[in-house]
Design a protein around this ligand. Structure first.
Ligand code: KIV
Length: 266
């Protein structure tokens, strides 16, 4: 996979992305055949235990992107630019984005926001850094939205989303994530731009889909967004496995002879 191939999949074949934050799950995702792995700043809530994505830092994102690269050496990896890593100044944004390619082995970065970020995106792309856009419910702006609300419900906001998508395309993004956008609006955007749209909670007509790994695998027992699908329940499976281990140790079933080293043995 590369940026040009990614773009060429538009309209031909659904593009499948998943988030991953560490080496073992990156390896699993890659083995399962995803087209790309997104190291989302949802790292903050899914792995680091925060309630939203805002606390993710550049150092967190670099370290976890490096881990994902080690787990999936040949995967196409997109790294999320965390809150305040690109909003303060363009120079800082270019330096931070560049670190993902230079130090962490990412192939591209993703950043949230509409037309106000178009000049920055153009500069990043001109500097050799492929950029994925992110419109709709942009979680770094949760405090401005006043919650995780569906976007594009009225004509004005639908028009703004379409305008933003065109501005991002013009600025040079290779793809746009549409998060929690009403289906008809996501469809209209998908039909209006030449780069692939990747939906999350944005219906059936985007060019591809992305899901958060922890939602798909059922690793969070307390919450599942309406748009996500749980394909297994790893939380329950893991609790059962660990409870079995606890029981085995207490009943002196584990370790058994096959797990021990003996003097003079191999
Ligand atoms: O951080 C993330 O996981 C994301 C996806 C929801 C697209 O940005």
């Amino acid at each position: 996979m590369n940026v040009q191939k990614f773009i060429s999949m538009k309209g031909k074949q659904p593009i499948v992305l998943i988030t991953a934050y560490d080496a073992p799950f990156a390896r699993i995702a890659n083995e399962a055949g995803v087209d790309a792995i997104l190291v989302g700043d949802s790292l903050a809530n899914n792995v680091l235990g925060y309630t939203d994505t805002l606390p993710a830092t550049m150092e967190d994102m670099i370290r976890h992107t490096q881990a994902v690269r080690r787990g999936a050496p040949n995967a196409f990896i997109i790294a999320d630019m965390p809150f305040l890593s690109y909003q303060c100044s363009e120079d800082e944004a270019v330096r931070n984005a560049g670190r993902f390619l230079k130090e962490a082995g990412a192939n591209a970065v993703k950043l949230e926001g509409g037309s106000v970020f178009a000049p920055l995106i153009k500069r990043l792309v001109d500097s050799g850094i492929p950029v994925m856009g992110h419109l709709g419910l942009t979680p770094q702006s949760v405090n401005v939205f006043g919650g995780y609300r569906v976007q594009g419900k009225d004509e004005k906001s639908a028009e703004k989303l379409l305008k933003d998508a065109k501005a991002l395309e013009q600025a040079g993004v290779f793809s746009i994530v549409l998060e929690m956008v009403v289906e008809e609006v996501a469809q209209k955007i998908t039909e209006s731009v030449n780069v692939p749209t990747i939906g999350i909670g944005s219906g059936r007509f985007c060019d591809g889909q992305v899901l958060v790994l922890h939602d798909l695998l059922g690793l969070n027992p307390t919450f599942l967004p309406k748009f996500a699908k749980r394909y297994t329940n790893l939380y329950e499976i893991s609790v059962k496995a660990i409870a079995q281990y606890v029981d085995d140790v207490r009943r002196k079933i584990f370790p058994s002879e096959e797990h021990v080293f003996k003097s003079g043995g191999n």
